[in-house]
Design a protein around this ligand. Sequence first.
Ligand code: ADP
Ligand code: MG
Length: 696
Amino acid sequence: MKQVTDYFGCLVFNDKVMKSRLSSDVYKKLKKTINDGKELDISVANSVALAMKDWAIENGATHYTHWFQPMTGVTAEKHDAFISPEADGSTVIMEFKGKELIKGEPDASSFPSGGLRATCEARGYTAWDPTSFAFIKDKCLCIPTAFCSYGGQALDKKTPLLRSMQALNKEAVRVLKLFGHNDVTSVKTTVGPEQEYFLIDKELFDKRKDLIYTGRTLFGAMPPKGQELEDHYFGAIKPKVQAFMNDVNEELWKLGISAKTEHNEVAPAQHELAPIFATTNIAADHNQLTMEMLQKVAKKHGLVCLLHEKPFKGVNGSGKHNNWSMSTNTGINLLEPGDTPAENAQFLLFLAAVIKAVDEYQDLLRISVASASNDFRLGANEAPPAIISIFLGSELQAVIDSIESGKPLKTNGKTFLKIGADVLPQLPKDTTDRNRTSPFAFTGNKFEFRALGSSESISCTNIMLNTAVAEELKQFADELEQAKDFNVALHTLIKRVITEHKRIIFNGNGYDESWIVEAEKRGLLNLKSTPEALPYYLHDKNIKLFTNHHIYTIDEINARYEIAQEHYVKVVNIEASTCLDMVNKDYLPAISRYTKKLADTIVVKKSLGVDTSFETDILTKLSSGLTEAYTTKQKLEDTLLSAKKITACSELSMYYREKVLPLMEELRMIIDGAENDVDAKEWPVPSYGDLLFGIR
Ligand code: ADP
Ligand code: MG
């Protein structure tokens, strides 16, 4: 049997392959591009392309593609074969040039652009991100690329992510210089995204239009058992699921993705996969690939992987935890508290930057996780509330309190009072989730942002986070660079930040009702839904943030805002249409047929003088349910028709949230009620019991 160490990364044009296949001169120039962002000249690109092509062909590839992440949130690829005709007209050679490596021109006019690109100039271009390695997937050499319009506007999620990493890099290096780290030339953010998902039987999936069209169940009565026994969480993995996980791991390892942890999650049929963390843009690429592999491999096993945030009502939905930190090229994790007063002081300054960033840009973090599907999770006692706050833990809280109050903190015979002079008390390394209810928790040497939805790209969250922290670091550097006494200025600054931004810190239970009241008192935002959150995109302070750091132009922000609004409306509209389709074609006819059977039975039984109280009761109940469902579905149809009159996108998304979704829910309640009374054999779709407990 082949060992993991033998095949890990075998489908990746990684550093090892580059070293062995490129001349040392070309290798050095490429590394310079990768490390310092230097532009690649065409002769170097030609050599790299040639080596890449030969390597790819030896590994079975016939095509290449510029692999990119348009604003749809999924990845896009258009394959081109390497073949090129020979002069004789009957044979081909395999060709791949430097210019094809560094730049592509997909005719990508159908991707959402939010008005950034008129159709007459529809063609955008893709440009290689050499910091993310090329890889082979399905016989195709995939080159990770950024996607821009000819005007240079970002049409994707990678470009702004790279820009945000650049912004943070610049400011963090400035700050580190003040601490005497002249050897630090770059700071990169790192991310380890934990991915949750559901697995269900493919045959059952195929019988549910809601799952097929929307990724979630729009109907379904609760089975006798849900997740109340908590017997699934970390439980023994079923052989069928284990076989799937083994295959997924193998595929991911071949792609150089360090899939590390796998386990059963809280809800029945729910699981999780976590990789070892990586540089953010690579982590984002890897997470997209992971989601794709989960879905692909599931099909091979007769299963379907549901990445939707809330596939089933009544049991937990799926999220994605974004473990985030910052790391220097010299190997220092900037959120690692360290052991010496100097290391501690530096840690506290970066911590202060995160606290200030999360407080001032809570709206942007909320927007970064806002989607129609994630709206079902946030604040529903299974995921953090829609209120953004930070958990520090009691030990770090004590430190913060001591800095703020000026009262010394005494632990284990040691005293902490002055930043830069005293050693911090030992802070616990968190291996367990100490406070699962917090959206943004400090876990020993990193922060874990837990509000992300399972199906979302992690790019948006990290763009917001990187940029907000970059802004705070910039302000800190501006102030500290002018300081006469660095340590005094540092202490003053950290103390001020804590005093001004402590409202964002909350160590209690985020699921508690009282937190909502308390958060409001503190002036924290509680943006319950996507339509409520999105308008904050366009607030002055946010536009300033993005434009000052060259993450987005005003046009690029407007485009993203509009795309998000439109996407929300489209998603809910598809759901509502699917809901009507199922009610009209499946549920109402099935209930009607069953009531006829009951009526026939009643007639026969009555003629024999037999008691019919069961049949009569159920018939009466179902018949009135049928009428109620019929009128509610008509209301929903009318409501959808009226939506056509609304033109403003913010008004329209709010209309879908406030008018359409409640009617869908009303209809669902009636149908789910009927499901409990109808003969299981007559029910037109597989039940929750089948779906959630079907894999045995
Ligand atoms: P848990 O959350 O279950 O306690 P860990 O703390 O080991 O698990 O890590 C969770 C995730 O955080 C993993 O993907 C891990 O690689 C990632 N992680 C660990 N250190 C860092 C870091 N410095 N930056 C970003 N992610 C990290
Ligand atoms: Mg975790």
